[in-house]
Design a protein around this ligand. Structure first.
Ligand code: G6D
Length: 339
């Protein structure tokens, strides 16, 4: 295992975790984010995630790509919620709602970082204290995110958090996979297998309506492993409404819960999480950003954002209230196999 560091601009640092098999995971303390993940295949070394080449680029083009998202991933309708009978209001930053914890949140902060390694794994732990009332959320919240790369070719993300006042906490990592290693190709020819029988229906503002729908008989049925293009190629109303996938899928107990395979079948990513759902967003960006000197394809990436489904409080999808002084813990891992 090996860890190296270099400047990334804007006071940020780029950490490279490298395992004994030549896998390289690049992460930065700007937003505690994954920047690149290089994996060796029979077709050469490929970077399987979307990302930019400097901190400036993230700040100018898209601050969410690969970042830690919080305090609450997804949308809080009207920025309103109630904890223990007390109403709170968070900053509205998209169509009157609070998206990804409000503007300039976890994803734009410079987190403290600490690296560690042993014979089997290398890790970076990022810490950040979100102060009471930041974006309207109650409580001083200490957050810790640890990224680990193992010699089994697993990238693991672990969260730990504690607040002095009851608050909301539902973080995720906003990684976008594109297993072709080519940002000009869309993800339509990737095969996705998902242990999910149900998804949350969304409206035109991508707010969960409260309806939980069976995937059976819809283009959102990935239980047996299907090309992602089966969604794009239909006039299914949930596709046309948001231009692709931008949906929470409720996960069944399975190991793994999701498998993503490249079109050339040279790369497989297996997801394992203790979170109850995964939000899959297929990068229907407008405008499309330049990335590594090329224009990102429409549908040029696919997220696997593990979390409690957005709409948790209004629709009873899960509990995202973190009681005072209680430690939040969760973990998600991505195992990569290449040929
Ligand atoms: C999330 O669900 C949301 C999308 O709607 C949003 O555009 C993106 O983050 C930046 O995945």
């Amino acid at each position: 295992m090996n860890i190296t560091e270099k400047e990334f601009g804007q006071g940020a640092v780029l950490y490279r975790l490298e395992n004994d098999n030549g896998y390289k995971l690049d992460v930065t303390n700007l937003g505690a984010r994954i920047v690149a993940f290089y994996v060796p295949t029979r077709n050469g070394i490929k970077n399987i995630v979307l990302g930019f080449d400097s901190a400036e680029e993230y700040l100018q083009k898209d601050t969410y790509i690969g970042a830690t998202i919080g305090r609450v991933a997804g949308r809080i309708k009207d920025g309103n919620f109630v904890i223990e009978g007390k109403p709170y209001h968070t900053t509205q930053n998209e169509k009157g709602n609070t998206l990804h914890g409000g503007p300039n949140n976890f994803e734009t902060k410079l987190w403290l970082a600490e690296t560690k390694q042993n014979l089997h794994e290398a890790n970076v732990t990022f810490t950040y204290t979100s102060l009471d009332d930041e974006q309207g959320f109650p409580g001083n919240l200490d957050v810790k995110v640890t990224y680990t790369l193992t010699n089994d070719n697993v990238w693991q993300v672990e969260y730990e958090a504690k607040s002095d006042i009851a608050t909301l906490f539902n973080p995720t990592n906003h990684v976008y996979f594109n297993l072709t290693g080519d940002v000009t190709q869309n993800v339509g020819e990737h095969t996705l297998q998902l242990a999910s029988e149900k998804f949350a229906v969304v409206d035109a503002d991508t707010l969960a309506t409260g309806e939980v729908r069976s995937v059976a008989g819809t283009p959102f049925d990935f239980r047996r492993g299907e090309k992602v293009a089966q969604v794009f190629d239909t006039d299914y109303e949930q596709n046309t409404l948001v231009g692709g996938l931008d949906h929470p899928f409720f996960l069944e107990k399975a190991e793994p819960q999701a498998v993503l395979v490249s079109p050339a079948e040279d790369i497989k990513v297996e997801l394992l999480t203790d979170e109850p759902s995964v939000v899959i967003f297929t990068a229907q960006f407008d405008p499309l950003p330049e990335m590594h000197g090329q224009k990102l394809a429409y549908h040029g990436g696919l997220t696997l954002e593990t979390q409690v489904s957005p709409g948790a409080l209004e629709h009873g999808f899960g509990d995202i209230i973190l009681p005072a002084h209680k430690t939040f813990k969760s973990q998600t891992s991505f195992k990569v196999t290449t040929h």
